[in-house]
Design a protein around this ligand. Sequence first.
Ligand code: GDP
Ligand code: IMO
Ligand code: MG
Length: 428
Amino acid sequence: MGKSVIIVGTQWGDEGKGKIVDLLTDSAHAVVRFQGGHNAGHTLVNKGKKVILHLIPSGILHEHVDCYIGNGVVLSLDALVAEINTLPANIDVSKRLKISPAAPLIMDYHIILDKLREEKAAVDKKIGTTGRGIGPAYEDKVSRRGLKVIDLFDPDNLSHKLKEILDYYNFIITNYYHGSAIEFQSLFNKTLKLADKILPLVTDVVSELHNLYSKGSNILFEGAQGTLLDIDLGTYPFVTSSNTVAGSACTGSGIGPKNIDYVLGITKAYTTRVGEGPFVTELNDDIGKHIAKQGHEFGSTTGRARRCGWLDVVALKRSVQINSLSGLCITKLDVLDGMNTIKICTSYQDTESATALGNNYSHDECKPIYEELPGWQEPTCGITDINKLPKNALNYIKRIEELVGVSVDIISTGADRNDTIILKHPLL
Ligand code: GDP
Ligand code: IMO
Ligand code: MG
């Protein structure tokens, strides 16, 4: 029997999903992206060689594996073609990268609108988006006016639809935001040119995934962003515009809920957030700076500094519930090496977690209550055997397991694919 595993971030993104997907791909036949777009930045390091992927699934470096972009992903043709060109020369995407005809397209007007909105928003209303047009593209999908990959097959119809959409967007861009209108012909020509490269990759992803599953192949579903950035269940409005939770793997790829065998939640040993919005355990002090420096906490997509803080178990427990997590993978344990004391937030003072996590709560309203654990001085970087972990590092992992009630099945001790302790392999 084959297995299908969903991998999701349990925090605000950048938990190390890319590394773990790349690692587990060794035992998989297919890797599927099901939501988000090129706002994601997934870092893969193998024997010191680093690759950052935004849209292409993190299985692409393994030549035996097919990579799928499902219908839930918003697809920028510019970004995809550019990313294909950055792949190592030995990777041939022509047979291994497959794209759903139902994926909505991110067009230039989405990107312009995303940036204009952020620029013009009052300071306390800025979301700190990646400026990739993600929000406006999902709006078009939901409003049923958007273009999809399938529209690229019929240039006449595409031309007709694009003219209509541009009328709408140019009105908003020029009249509401006082920006410059987008010219139809150059956008149309560019789109057709890029489409030539992409159309050969278009596949009925739903059928292929069901065929693979029924013939016993292992499939990985690679989440982007993190649970707290989910449009419905995250810290709204400071969220992304897709459902980032495990359930989204079904709607974003066409696999059914009964075909999911295991859900792996990726959790940093501390917390980071890039962009605006509440962050209860944020550290605006020397410890926060130390974690940022040790963890090289700069965004893989925008290069922005990530805000850092302690692990928030209140939020993590919520992630366990929302995603039906089967197991956890704790990443970046090595970043905490050498600290005297490590804190875990176990509750919020005077605030219902339901109120705090589901809404736009302010930092002042919500104070963390911490449990303190002793740190460890020995380096953990690159450890692959659980018995070699310092006693206090192991205690930290055990305490997280106890608090959230889910087993830690994988521990990551460095950026490299091999710097990993696998206690239970989700696919084997
Ligand atoms: P993703 O978006 O969830 O795939 O994560 P990112 O790639 O954006 O950010 C994670 C960063 O941490 C990347 O630079 C990884 O190379 C790095 N990383 C992943 N796991 C570990 C780890 O266990 N230890 C250390 N030190 N770095 C790690
Ligand atoms: P990966 O997959 C971290 C954040 C942005 C912003 C908010 C909305 O690498 O974990 P958007 O451009 O999506 O409309 O921005 O979401 N964000 C991420 N933060 N990791 C990501 O992806 C992110 N993708 C979006 O910073 O706060
Ligand atoms: Mg990232």
